[in-house]
Design a binder for this molecule. Structure first.
Ligand SMILES: NC(=O)c1ccc[n+]([C@@H]2O[C@H](COP(=O)([O-])OP(=O)(O)OC[C@H]3O[C@@H](n4cnc5c(N)ncnc54)[C@H](OP(=O)(O)O)[C@@H]3O)[C@@H](O)[C@H]2O)c1
Length: 261
């Protein structure tokens, strides 16, 4: 039986705790989750909702009572918060803090061990979507697996390149919203248009994620019957610079994540 503790009880901790508590097969039989008292409202809500969750008296009590410790405070708070903690020998620590100028964390958690830098997104609450971690570590992978698609990455560079893609959340939702708005302006009810658009894009992503599915570029090619509707829109969007805008925008996100904004 394992206890996982969270330092910083914000959005991501709430999502991870919910996902872990709801997982049909909790990783390595996690029987207890301990969260730090701040943010008090979120901590209390988690403890009320899930019997596995308890709120510790303070951050040190989280560390003292946990086998795994997840660092989930904001980057600007991290140094001060972590420096104040005493980790146990060989304690396994996971850092959610963006891996930029964060080499100091390895030393700060000693004699504990920074097992991995990890990334998760809010949909882990539903146990879907990507989680990623480096370095590759079987125990970390087992811990993250019930929360979605656990993706080991090679190094910091790969981690940040993939993290950059999460800047596409708003454009993605915007694309769905604008598509539905257009349909609503052209005869559909707004509700039906939203239901249709969200179900369509969910289904397309689900198919592309199936084991053995063709890569997205091939799916895009095959969806474009010569002279067909998809080919027509694809050509028009390409002509208007739709796809050309993506790489430079992501270049700038990566530079920003690397601390070179
Ligand atoms: N959101 C994402 O999708 C995402 C994804 C990957 C990684 N991350 C990283 O993961 C970390 C957490 O993200 P988040 O979105 O969960 O942030 P968040 O919602 O701002 O949560 C951070 C929490 O830390 C608490 N806190 C502040 N000072 C503290 C202290 N001294 N001791 C204990 N707790 C303290 C804050 O409490 P108050 O609310 O009272 O200030 C807040 O509840 C960040 O480093 C973020 O960059 C986030």
């Amino acid at each position: 039986m394992t206890t996982i503790g969270f330092i910083g009880t914000g959005h991501i901790t709430a999502a991870m705790a919910a996902g872990l508590c709801g997982a049909p097969q909790a990783p390595d039989k996690i029987d207890k989750i301990v969260v730090s008292p701040r943010n008090a409202e979120t901590a209390a809500a988690l403890a009320k909702r899930y019997e596995q969750v308890t709120v510790a008296a303070d951050n040190q009590a989280v560390v003292d009572g946990s086998d795994w410790v997840v660092l989930a405070v904001r980057p600007q708070d991290a140094r001060e918060v972590i420096a104040a903690l005493k980790f146990k020998s060989d304690q396994r620590v996971l850092s959610l803090i963006a891996p930029v100028d964060d080499e100091w964390i390895d030393g700060a958690v000693k004699p504990g061990r920074l097992a991995a830098r990890i990334f998760v997104m809010p949909p882990v609450e539903l146990r879907i979507g990507p989680t990623m971690f480096f370095p590759r570590d079987a125990e970390v992978e087992a811990l993250l697996k019930p929360l979605g698609t656990a993706i080991p990455v090679k190094n910091r560079r790969e981690f940040l390149a993939l993290w950059s893609l999460t800047a596409l959340l708003a454009p993605y939702y915007g694309f769905i919203a604008k598509s539905a708005e257009w349909a609503a302006a052209n005869g559909a009810s707004a509700e039906t248009a939203t239901a249709f658009a969200t179900a369509t894009f969910h289904a397309l992503a689900a198919i592309a994620e199936q084991p053995g599915a063709e890569p997205p570029a091939a799916l895009a090619t095959h969806a474009q019957t010569p002279g067909g509707l998809n080919e027509q829109v694809m050509k028009e969007l390409a002509t208007r610079g739709w796809f050309q805008a993506l790489a430079p925008a992501l270049d700038r996100i990566l530079r920003r994540l690397e601390g070179n904004s």
